[in-house]
Design a protein around this ligand. Structure first.
Ligand code: PLP
Length: 405
């Protein structure tokens, strides 16, 4: 398989992009879906922002280096990756905070309705942010399994809140179909793109989506804790009222008025002062992903995951795949169920193959296509086979749980 892998790498039009990332030697990184790798250009850009814009320019840089429009500018660069217009996306806050703002805004737009419909097992923060609004008496959570979501839409549902690609299984929802069904029931739709944005083509406007949020530190390679992004379809801008009415979302923040007036467009989603260092790093990651192109990235990620499954067959490994078999129906990851998934994951990490574990029994391997090679697939499959065959994972040090798993 290694020979075939090398042939595939030689023929891969994206192979040159690996060099645009700073990857440690001896590591096969299968966790770009949790924390994207470091683009080579990021360090220099950060040095420039820190030394020149902050160190020399000081407060003048809000104008001179255009810090004031950084959130909108970076949002505008994310927009084409997710099928949004340039004035429909802003880079700000965390995904969790953006969820809160948009769930609350949707409830405000659908007065008389309180139900937020989602699925059990959605990413925890998505469900927890509903809980906060429930406690305030504003929302009511309803959960329905994937195949029962459409049947659970009724006159009480204000918002359908779903993650397009499931963080654990990698299964992808039908964005167009579910959005249209929700609209048919008079509800709005909020898509969490954390595991799809930057990894595959997403077409929010073609699907008539209302709202979306997503992470900057996963497939966009913005760095740990990078600012997130939020999308609001232009048709909703005028009627959108989010509850975190901070001064950066004000129509004229530097008039220092006593009264809040929302900015006319997507800027009303901002709250406090933009994290300029974080936005600078995110911008580098976004530009690189935009240069490669999400269509090409998804094509390669499908080829990588299909090749990895072939390598498992070649190694005679039979693992239970919980991701969809068809690569068109899943994101850039493969998840396997094994009762000892945690220890297996630790044994792989000790060999330099970094994947992750999701409670209670999922080994999750992400195939960020911008920097992985087919050779990495063959090697990772060989390591996995060796770990399982030798029982290496049974060593006690691989069973100790760290704070972050
Ligand atoms: C990673 C992830 C988040 C993370 O939210 P933060 O506020 O950045 O911690 C939210 N939703 C989904 C679906 C995710 O995968």
């Amino acid at each position: 398989m290694l020979d075939r892998a090398r042939e595939l790498d030689a023929a891969d039009p994206l192979s040159g992009y690996r060099d645009r990332f700073d990857l440690p030697d001896g590591v096969i990184y299968l966790d770009g879906n949790s924390l994207g790798a470091l683009p080579r250009a990021t360090s220099a850009r950060m040095q420039q922002v820190i030394r020149e814009e902050w160190g020399e320019g000081l407060i003048r840089s809000w104008n001179d280096a255009d810090w004031i429009s950084a959130a909108r500018r970076v949002g505008g660069k994310i927009a084409p990756l997710i099928g949004a217009g340039p004035r429909e996306v802003v880079a700000c806050d965390s995904t969790s905070v953006n969820l809160f703002k948009l769930i609350a805004a949707a409830l405000d737009m659908r007065s008389g309705r309180k139900v937020i419909l989602s699925e059990p097992g959605n990413f925890p923060t998505d469900l927890y942010m509903i809980a906060g609004l429930e406690r305030q008496g504003l929302a009511e959570r309803r959960l329905a399994e994937r195949d029962k979501l459409i049947g659970a839409l009724d006159d009480d549902v204000a918002l359908l809140l779903l993650t397009q690609v499931h963080y654990k299984s990698g299964a992808m929802h039908d964005m167009a179909g579910l959005t249209s069904a929700a609209h048919g029931a008079g509800a709005l739709v909020l898509w969490d793109l954390s595991h799809s944005g930057g990894a595959m083509p997403v077409d929010l406007n073609a699907c008539h989506a209302d709202f979306a949020v997503g992470c900057g530190y996963k497939y966009l390679n913005g760095g740990p804790g990078a600012p997130a992004y939020a999308f609001v379809a232009e048709r909703h801008h005028a009627a959108l009222h989010q509850p975190l009415t901070g001064w950066f979302g004000h129509a004229a923040p530097f008039e220092f008025s006593d009264d809040y007036a929302p900015a006319p467009g997507i800027d009303r989603l901002q709250c406090g002062t933009s994290p300029i260092l974080g936005l600078a790093a995110l911008e580098v990651g976004v530009e690189l992903i935009a240069e490669i192109g999400v269509d090409r990235l998804f094509g390669k990620s499908r080829a990588l995951s299909e090749f990895f499954l072939e390598c498992l067959v070649e190694q005679d490994l039979k693992l239970e795949l919980v991701s969809p078999q068809d690569s068109a129906e899943r994101g850039s990851q493969l998840s396997f169920r094994h009762p000892e998934a945690y220890a297996i994951c630790q044994a792989l990490i000790a060999r330099g193959v970094i994947g992750d574990f999701r409670d209670p029994d999922i080994l999750r391997l992400g195939f960020a296509p911008a920097y992985l090679r087919f050779e990495d697939m063959a090697e990772a499959a060989r390591h996995l086979a060796e770990v399982l065959r030798t029982g290496e994972w049974e060593r006690p040090e691989f069973r100790e749980r760290a704070a972050v798993t």
